[in-house]
Design a protein around this ligand. Sequence first.
Ligand code: ZN
Ligand code: ZN
Length: 262
Amino acid sequence: MRLLRGERWTEWALAAKNLVFPIFCQECRRRLLTDDNGYFCATCWELMPRIERPFCTVCGRPHRAAVGLGTRSNFPCGRCIAAGRDRPVRRTYGVARYDGVMEKAIKLFKFHGKKRLATPLAELMAAFAEQELECDRYDMVVPVPLHPVRERERGFNQARLLAAEVAAVFPNAAVAAVLRRIRPTRTQSTLRDPRERRRNIEGAFAVDTGVAPPKGHVLLIDDVVTTGFTVGENASVLLNAGAASVDVLAPALAVLRGEPRR
Ligand SMILES: [Zn+2]
Ligand SMILES: [Zn+2]
């Protein structure tokens, strides 16, 4: 029995399950023989379109023109310099572009109920945070809230699952769901017009009166940052309620072309 304990037992159980209900990589369709993350093989997961240095110190987007220059120092992009300092989010960090394997993983996670993907996605976030963020800076890790009706339909809040899994990397921060979505909104990615996206989100969030108010440096967690309207609106609410600063960490960052961010 000793051999069947712990990892060996898990391997055995997975192999047995796999014989009866084979699982396949969602990208290359090859059969998964190990429980890498339940949906993608290790090779495809490695193809994740990661964001690497140099990236913008404000919006987190990679500097296309600087690719191949070998620079390891980050700097702000032209768009963020032009936008000035008046912004609720201090820094945004994304692990990978919302593209390829990452886009597929997020869609499975969020729209097809594949909750288990929270673990490998949070592992990517944790590794990125250890490399790129001042992890001991943060006092609170706060997930972007879902409207209760949406959360009931989906059965979970994806940002909350990610926040819970990644929290261990931040030694001084506790996960605190201090925000509420006070009116239903449409999924931002279904709206093309930036003005429509802004209207969809404005006034949609509030601090939960039933919990301790936000304080100190907050790390806001979302699954995908697209235009930044959602995290910006959440950050404004947090700052108005007493937070000293708000940074954002997400597994996926949409790299936009020709669209104003805020
Ligand atoms: Zn694969
Ligand atoms: Zn930028």
